[in-house]
Design a protein around this ligand. Structure first.
Ligand code: SAM
Length: 221
C-alpha cells in the first residue's frame, strides 16, 4: 500500500480537499471569479496554493519571485503567507490578466507586498541580476510559458540565496511527460526540464504529485 504514490481519483481528491484545505475567503473569491475565465485551467489548485503558503512559512521567506501571475491566485496565496515586510517580484506579460489580480490584491490588503512587472519574465530576472540582486531571494514560484522554464530556472537560481527554495508548477503536465508519443513543444520542454533538474548537482529536489506536478528545488549552500 505504501511503496508508491497513491492514485487520486475524484472521490479521494474531494476528501483530500475537504479534510486538509483551509482556503482563506480572499482566495476563494478570486478562484470563484476566475472559474468562468476561458483560461481558468491555468490557475493553480487550492491545495497547491496552501502548500506554497506552508513552504513560504517554513523557509521564513521575505523576498520572493513569481514567474506567471495570471489572475493572481498564487501571488495572493504567497502574499498572505509572507510577514508584513515580505515582498513578491511578480512577473507577467499580460495587463489584462493581471488587472484582475490587482483588484483582488487590493481587496485583500496585500498590494504593498507585490511589485508587478509587466514584461517578458526573462528580461525582468536578468535586469534584477544586473542590479546586483544575485543571492537576495528566499523563495520563487515558476508557472509561466513552459518553453522558457529552463531559462527562468537558471535566472531564478542565481537570484536565490543558498538554502532557498524554488517551486515549479506543471512538471507532470497532465501525465503527458511520460508519454513518449507526445512530442508537442510544451511536453518536450517539460521533459527536458525535468531531466535537467535530475542531473543538477547544485540542488536537492522532489517532484511532488500534487496539482499538475510541483517540483521543489532547494539550492544547496
Ligand atoms: C499558468 S498561468 C499562471 C497561473 C498563476 N500562477 C495562478 O496561480 O493563477 C501563466 C502566466 O504566464 C504568463 N506568461 C506567459 N509568457 C510569459 C512571459 N514570457 N513572461 C512572463 N509571463 C508570461 C501568462 O500571461 C500567464 O498569466
Amino acid at each position: 500500500m505504501s511503496r508508491r504514490t497513491i492514485q487520486v481519483d475524484d472521490r479521494l481528491y474531494e476528501y483530500l480537499v475537504r479534510v486538509s484545505v483551509r482556503e482563506p475567503a480572499a482566495l476563494k473569491t478570486l478562484r470563484d471569479e476566475t472559474a468562468v475565465h476561458p483560461r481558468a485551467g491555468m490557475q493553480i489548485s487550492p491545495e497547491v496554493g496552501q502548500l506554497l503558503q506552508l513552504l513560504v512559512r517554513l523557509t521564513g521567506a521575505r523576498r520572493t519571485i513569481e514567474v506567471g501571475v495570471f489572475t493572481g491566485y498564487s501571488s495572493l496565496a504567497i502574499a498572505l503567507a509572507l510577514p508584513a515586510d515580505g515582498r513578491i517580484l511578480a512577473c507577467d506579460v499580460s495587463d489584462e490578466y493581471t488587472a484582475v489580480a490587482r483588484r483582488h490584491w487590493q481587496a485583500a490588503g496585500v498590494t504593498d507586498k507585490i511589485e508587478l512587472v509587466i514584461a517578458p519574465a526573462f528580461e525582468t530576472l536578468e535586469a534584477r541580476l544586473r542590479q546586483g540582486e544575485a543571492g537576495c531571494y528566499d523563495f520563487a514560484f515558476i508557472d509561466a510559458d513552459k518553453g522558457n522554464y529552463i531559462g527562468y530556472y537558471e535566472k531564478v537560481f542565481e537570484l536565490l540565496r543558498p538554502g532557498g527554495l524554488i517551486a515549479v508548477d506543471n512538471t507532470l503536465w497532465g501525465g503527458a511527460v511520460a508519454d513518449e508519443a507526445d512530442q508537442s513543444a510544451d511536453t518536450v520542454a517539460l521533459r527536458r526540464f525535468n531531466e535537467q533538474l535530475l542531473a543538477d548537482e547544485r540542488i536537492d529536489l522532489s517532484l511532488v504529485p500534487i496539482g499538475d506536478g510541483l517540483t521543489l528545488v532547494r539550492r544547496r549552500g
